[in-house]
Structure formats: C-alpha cells, structure tokens
Design a protein around this ligand. Structure first.
Ligand SMILES: *Cc1c(COP(=O)(O)O)cnc(C)c1O
Length: 440
C-alpha cells in the first residue's frame, strides 16, 4: 500500500470514516503508534532504559492499551490520569505520577493505595515531600517497597513556545537546585529514600538544549542523590508535523546520553539506568482529524478566503493556544486527494484560511502565535469536501475545549493494522454535555 496521507491513512479511509462515524472525528493509526514505541525502546543507552508514555498527550483508553502492549510504562500528570491508566488494565507498578496537584482527602487514600501497589510517586515540591514522608516511612517499616522519585529543575528549559518551556526560571515545575540540599536533608532525616532523579525541561524545544541537560542532571544525581539508581530525562522530543520541520534525532540523543552515563560510571562506579517519557513523539503523527467543509466565504478586497470547517478550537485548541501549525489534506467526496502539503505537484492551489464554527475570531486552524490568521496554500475547497488535519494525535483530543459553543466532543476511531476501522470513543451526546446541570 502506498498511502497518500500518513501512516496507513488513505483518502479512501477518510471517506469511510466520514460515512461510518460522521465528522469531525479523530482517527489514530495503530501502525504508526507501534512503530514509534519500538523506535523509542531501541534508543541507545548504557545501563538499561525505561520508556514511559506521557498520557496527557492522549489519554484515550485504546491508545494507552496499544502503547502498554508494546512494553511502555505510563507517566500520569494527575491522580485521575493514573486511575484511567489502571482502568485501561495497566498495573500501578508501570505508572509514575508527576503532578502539581497535592493529593488530600480521598485522593490521598487512593495515592497511598496505588503506591502500595508499586506506582512511583515523583515528588515535585517540598510540601509534597512533607506530606508523603510519614507514609513512605511507615510503608518501609512494614517492608512495603514504595518507589519515590524527585523532579528537579536545573534552571534551563526549552519549548516550542514560552508556554511549553518547563525548565526555565519562570516555570514552576520541579524543585530548584538551590533548595535541593535542604530538601534532600529533610528526606534523609525522615527515612525517605529517593531512587530516581527526574527532570522534564519542556515540550518540542531545541534538541541541543535537551542534550546539554543530560550532564546537568547527572551532576545533580551524583551530588545530591546517592541512593538513586535511575535518572529520568523526561520527554519533550520534538516531532515534525510540517514538511519544513525536523524531528529530534532520538538515536543521536540516546548515544549522547549513553556516553554521559558511562562516563559517570567510570568515575563513580554508579551504573545508573535511564528513563525517558515522551508524549508528543509517540502520538502526534499517529493522529488526524477528519473534518467537513461547511461553508466558504471571503472578507472582501484585502481580506481572506475562508473555509468554515465542522471542527475548530473545541476539537484542536493548539493553533489558538500556541500558534501551532498542522498539515492539511483536501479530499473530495469522490475520494480523490486534491492537495497534500507534503507533495508539491498539485494544481489549482490557493491561499485559504481555515476557521471553525465557534463565535470567536481566534477559532482558526491557520493562525499565528499573535492571533492573526495566516492563509495556507491548498486546493480550492468547496462545501462537502473533507479537510484532514494532520499531526493531531497529541494534545488535541485530550486538550479539547469540551462544551464551548455546545459542540459535542468528537468520536475517536482507530485504524487497525489490518486496515479496518474501530470506534474507540463514541461521539458525545447533547444529554451528556448537560447531564449535570440542574433546573431552577
Ligand atoms: C507533558 C510531559 C511530558 C511529555 O511531553 P512531550 O512534549 O509531549 O513529550 C513528559 N513529562 C512530563 C512530566 C510532562 O509533564
């Protein structure tokens, strides 16, 4: 098969999705998901590698099940995410919780239950440490092996935008270097052993800064964490969604890490294993959104030609939130591919602006990070044509603005390895959208 879109997705599949499930719909490609998992598990390393999937990128149950079946663990960013991973059938011992939340009350009991079953808790603040220390100490006294990690901020971060940099001084994540002596001393005095040092410096940033951070975090492990056996380098590997983008070279990053871990071992005798936890890199290009062109209009001389799609900011918030670019494919109802931004041999292209149905100028899929529409060159489309938004497997469905303008959450469909389509999440109903409302 020679697919015209990406992965196994073909124009015929797009038509089948639209006819069977309606639009808008998210479509995920099992083949790409599995290939990405395997590429990550093959990353070069010195003394062992653990790969976790940052499930906030895509928390759909079937997606988690595919990724877990490839042998990856899960990085959850809230206790509810951990609960969702467990209900997908993933054992707590394969889950790590890294959260800004401070579990209290009922959540606290659930946290302790999952930790007793092996879930790793990644301590992200002094208060989190203080709250978990008595439980950790008691569990250890009862020979229950609680696994604790600590998220450190080395003070250097990088992201595709300022809002996705989680390592710089203006970011609130992790424990800052100047506080480590005090905090690790508190841990020691309270019988808390930290087995993993963790950092995550941002999403989709410069791979060179990711590389430079390896030595920095290893130095932190060497100086402050004598009991650590694993260093988790976080996620954030850049993926290329657009033809002009370059993905992070994970083999090359792995080789750099391998050399650094080996050097540390030579000097100190400590053979630390490595962990990574990407989200985007695994799912971004495994997902598409199939939309229908509903309308066509122009804002007159000096203005723009607009196509109104049945999916906008409520289905993919990334363009409005970050000015993110996604590739677009135009498919006629006959199944003919009219344009594909990865191929240039298409005639009759014109600059068009893609907007959604929300009453909001920012509801635009072709928008820059200042909120201005930027026309994109693609086939002149008409109502009834389909536009497929590519690179939409990460932070689209999971980040959707459910409820705004009362559009229903779109269904999720999985393109299986045998080419068959399987519904993995139904379209939301209007009753579900309003089910918790109470009349006066
Ligand atoms: C979001 C997140 C990730 C994944 O980031 P990607 O850019 O999607 O790879 C990894 N680790 C932590 C702690 C995160 O919050």
């Amino acid at each position: 098969m020679n697919p015209d879109l990406a992965g196994l997705l073909t124009p015929e599949t797009v038509i089948e999705v639209a006819q069977t499930f309606g639009t808008p719909a998210y479509v995920y490609d099992e083949c790409t998901l599995r290939e990405k998992c395997r590429a990550l598990l093959a990353m070069p390393n010195a003394f062992g590698l653990h790969v976790g999937f940052a499930m906030k990128a895509n928390s759909s149950r079937a997606v988690l099940q595919i990724i877990a079946s490839e042998g990856l663990g899960i990085d959850a960013s809230s206790l509810n995410e951990a609960r969702r991973a467990v209900s997908a059938g993933i054992a707590p011992k394969r889950i790590m919780l890294t959260t800004q939340d401070v579990p209290l009350g009922e959540d606290r009991a659930e946290l302790e239950r999952l930790m007793s079953q092996g879930m790793i808790y990644n301590i992200c603040s002094k208060r989190q440490l203080e709250l978990i220390a008595p439980f950790a100490k008691l569990a250890t006294a009862n020979s229950v092996d609680v696994k604790l990690s600590m998220r450190v901020s080395t003070g250097v971060g990088t992201g595709e935008s300022a809002t996705r940099n989680t390592g710089d001084k203006y970011s609130s994540f992790g424990i800052a270097l100047d506080q480590l002596p005090n905090i690790t001393q508190f841990a020691r005095e309270n019988g808390v052993t930290i087995r993993q040092v963790h950092c995550h410096i941002g999403s989709g940033g410069d791979p060179e800064l990711w590389r430079a951070n390896i030595d920095r975090i290893l130095a932190v492990a060497e100086k402050h964490f004598p009991d650590a056996t694993t260093v988790n380098l976080g996620g954030g590997f850049k993926e290329a969604r657009m033809p002009d983008e370059t993905p992070a070279d994970i083999v090359d990053l792995g080789l750099t890490a391998k050399a650094a871990f080996e050097k540390l071992a030579e000097r100190t005798g400590r053979r630390l294993s490595m962990a990574v936890e990407p989200g985007t890199y695994i799912v971004a290009n495994a997902g598409h959104i199939v939309t229908t062109v509903l309308d066509k209009k122009s804002s007159g001389p000096g203005g723009f030609d607009f196509l109104v799609l049945d999916a906008g900011m409520e289905t993919s918030t990334r363009p409005l939130l970050y000015g993110s670019r996604h590739p677009f494919y135009v498919v006629a109802p006959t199944g003919k591919l009219l344009s594909n931004e990865f191929q240039s041999n298409v005639s009759q292209l014109m600059p068009q602006v893609l907007v959604g149905r929300c009453c909001e100028s920012g509801d635009c899929q072709t928008i820059d990070d200042q909120g201005m529409p930027v026309p994109r060159t693609m086939a002149a489309a008409n109502p009834g044509d389909f536009i497929v938004i590519g690179g939409a497997g990460a932070y689209c469905s999971s980040m959707s603005l459910t409820g705004y303008n009362s559009y229903r959450q779109a269904p999720e469909v999985l393109l299986r390895l045998d080419g068959k389509l399987q519904l993995i999440r139904k379209r939301q109903t209007l009753e579900q959208l309003t089910q918790n409302e109470q009349s006066l």
